[in-house]
Design a protein around this ligand. Structure first.
Ligand SMILES: Cc1cc2nc3c(=O)[nH]c(=O)nc-3n(C[C@H](O)[C@H](O)[C@H](O)COP(=O)(O)OP(=O)(O)OC[C@H]3O[C@@H](n4cnc5c(N)ncnc54)[C@H](O)[C@@H]3O)c2cc1C
Length: 459
């Protein structure tokens, strides 16, 4: 049977869109240029360690994610994050727990007394109407400079590889900016949501799977109705009378396909190249989206060589610390079976806007620098007996500048290109959670288009 939809790109964005379409009985073909699906997401089982190339966990508060995981039969393979773990920030070269409750906040050494008072005054800060504000401007205005430097800079640099002075608040922190707009205050908004249990966001669920994040990918590609073609590279797309013509190579041989609906789930630079012939404005808007280089350094160590009790999820790094890592996940504290018995797996995130040239260092230099920086923090002796390094030169899109305005311009261009959707991590959030959610939104739009075109051709 001919597919009604072709998706170019078999990462989580493309696969999750395909899954939502398949649930609606719509047949989908995916062209993935690599030899395997999953894009950046890939899990490796090596020497008893389970490591991740990119996403290591899902932080979820969206029911759509739970729905997909249940339907895929993955509930019994979910590995919940171990309970009661601290979150740490490296502050003045020390691991300091992030206070999660008010009493801990009052005694925490993370912030000075004036900063704590400023934080508690947040409900009284007038609501702003500051569209286009950067993360730094937004957090400084609502919570003060110290919270920005210590916590938010660490979060934006460590989890998004971004720069809070350049990242747009509404694009990067949509829940916080919405709380301000809806309730006038972040604190009040969180409190009200907690009391009326409107959102699970305050209590996000953190998990992975028995075989790592790739287990989700493997389950998605087995969905009936999804035809995945690997080593299938799209080279040219053209708008035709009833949809799109796509030319490329599958397994090295020329391929040519016409489909009613086309979805580009490729990174922005690839989508830009594919669209060059069709719409130079749209192609230019996509080409200008910046990406940060990101890498992961996995180190396996003897647990008895580490004095720190590793009672946390890992750490982020506050501004003004000279560490060569942006964040570190204590994978064997987070989830079971990530390291062999008696061993510990530490995964460090490097590069990003803080250290953009770092990925160019060779493996030995990188592993040495990372281990040397962890030694004093966690009191580590001896060397790593397992080292694995992954580099992503274009790791994460940066939602910098007037990003929402750019997305609005992209949306305007798309209005003149019916039957084409863009869905990848440069729109609507980089996390796996948001990719799954955006997949559903794209599938809804495509379903609507298909219904409309059917009713036009068969009145
Ligand atoms: C180091 C790192 C750590 C991360 N950690 C987390 C985390 O813990 N939790 C979380 O939620 N998120 C995390 N993320 C983010 C998340 O992993 C990514 O945002 C997400 O996987 C991107 O999915 P995607 O499908 O949009 O893009 P990609 O995974 O890049 O997929 C795009 C696909 O398009 C294919 N392609 C390209 N050109 C063509 C072509 N011409 N024809 C056909 N196919 C083509 C590529 O081969 C690729 O498979 C992390 C990201 C990185 C880099």
């Amino acid at each position: 049977m001919k597919s009604q939809v072709l998706i170019i790109g078999g990462g989580i964005s493309g696969l999750s869109t395909a899954w939502w379409l398949a649930q609606r009985g719509i047949s989908v073909e995916i062209w993935e240029s690599g030899s395997r699906p999953g894009g950046k997401i890939r899990s490796h089982s090596e020497a008893g360690y389970l490591t991740e190339d990119a996403a290591a966990l899902l932080v979820n508060f969206r029911p759509q994610v739970d729905q997909m995981i249940s339907c895929l039969g993955l509930d019994e393979h979910r590995q919940q994050r171990n309970e009661g773990l601290n979150r740490y920030i490296v502050h003045h070269d020390r691991l300091t727990p992030v206070p999660m409750l008010l009493p801990a906040l009052l005694t925490s050494s993370l912030w000075s007394l004036p900063a704590k008072l400023r934080l508690m005054a947040e409900p009284f800060v007038p609501k702003g109407a500051h569209t286009g504000e950067t993360v730094s401007e937004f957090i400084r205005r609502r919570l003060g400079q110290e919270v920005l430097d210590t916590a938010m800079d660490a979060f934006v640099s460590g989890t998004l590889a971004s720069d809070p002075d350049l990242a747009e608040a509404q694009s990067v922190l949509p829940r916080l900016t919405t709380l301000e707009q809806r309730y006038g205050s972040l604190t009040m908004g969180m409190f009200i949501n907690k009391v009326i249990k409107r959102r699970r966001a305050n209590n996000a669920d953190t998990f992975s799977f028995d075989n790592g994040m790739e287990q989700l990918i493997q389950a998605l590609v087995q969905t009936p109705g999804i035809r995945l073609r690997t080593s299938a590279k799209a080279l040219r797309i053209q708008q035709v009378k009833r949809g799109w013509r796509v030319q490329g190579k599958i397994g090295g041989l020329p391929a040519d396909l016409q489909v009613p609906q086309l979805i580009l789930s490729t990174p922005a630079d690839i989508s830009s190249q594919l669209l060059e012939e069709t719409d130079t404005t749209l192609s230019g808007l996509l080409a200008d989206i910046e990406y940060a280089p990101v890498g992961v350094v996995h180190l396996g160590l003897n647990s008895n060589h580490i004095q720190h009790k590793l009672d946390g999820t890992g750490f982020l790094v506050a501004k003004h610390n000279s560490l060569p890592v942006n964040g570190n996940l204590w994978m064997s504290s987070l989830f079971p079976h990530r390291a062999p018995p008696g061993k510990t797996l530490l995964s460090s995130y490097i590069g990003g806007m803080r250290h953009p040239d770092q990925l160019q260092q060779d493996d030995e230099t990188l592993a040495g620098a990372v281990l040397d920086s962890l030694r004093p923090l966690m009191k580590i002796e001896g060397d790593a007996d397992f080292i694995s390094i992954r580099r992503h030169p274009r790791g994460l899109p940066l939602y910098h500048g007037q990003y929402r305005a750019r997305l609005a311009q992209i949306a305007t261009c798309l209005q003149t290109l019916p039957c084409l959707q863009l869905n990848a991590n440069y729109i609507g959030g980089v996390s796996v959670r948001e990719r799954i959610y955006q997949g559903k939104c794209t599938a809804q739009a495509v379903t609507g288009n298909l219904k409309q075109s059917n009713s036009i051709s068969h009145p």
